[in-house]
Write a protein of this length. Structure first.
Length: 132
């Protein structure tokens, strides 16, 4: 940020800079949230189809079978592992899902917690509006 001119000009440039940096951060945050929401929707969709309970292996297979980004043919499972390292870590971030029946081989079941519909209502309505 060059320092020249009158005080009023400098203050105006600093305010513009603050607004631009804040805008970039908000945009970055939004861009990070979009993949998470898409992954959430895919897991919700699968669990709904399976009656609210599914094994981690089956969810992983479902995510592996679905393309996440058309441009580079990334699967949803690859994106999830890139963003969260594992399905288990991803699931633990979602307050409406629970991990049960953890097996010695590391497998587990994912289930909806009671009242999950209320927790994801906004996410599902946004998805419907977008045609997903």
């Amino acid at each position: 940020l060059p320092v020249s001119g009158r005080k009023a000009e400098l203050v105006e440039r600093l305010q513009d800079y603050d607004q631009n940096v804040g805008g970039d951060i908000d945009q970055e945050t939004q861009e990070e949230e979009v993949p998470k929401k898409r992954l959430e929707l895919m897991v919700i969709e699968y669990l709904q189809a399976k009656g609210g309970r599914a094994s981690s292996r089956d969810i992983g297979r479902y995510l592996a079978a679905n393309i996440f980004t058309v441009s580079n043919q990334t699967t949803a499972l690859s994106e999830l592992k890139h963003q969260y390292a594992s399905l288990k870590l991803f699931i633990t971030e979602l307050n409406y899902l629970s991990i049960e029946n953890v097996r010695p081989d590391g497998g587990f079941e994912v289930v909806f917690k009671e009242g999950w519909e209320e927790n994801v209502k906004e996410l599902l309505s946004a998805s419907t509006k977008l045609g997903n």
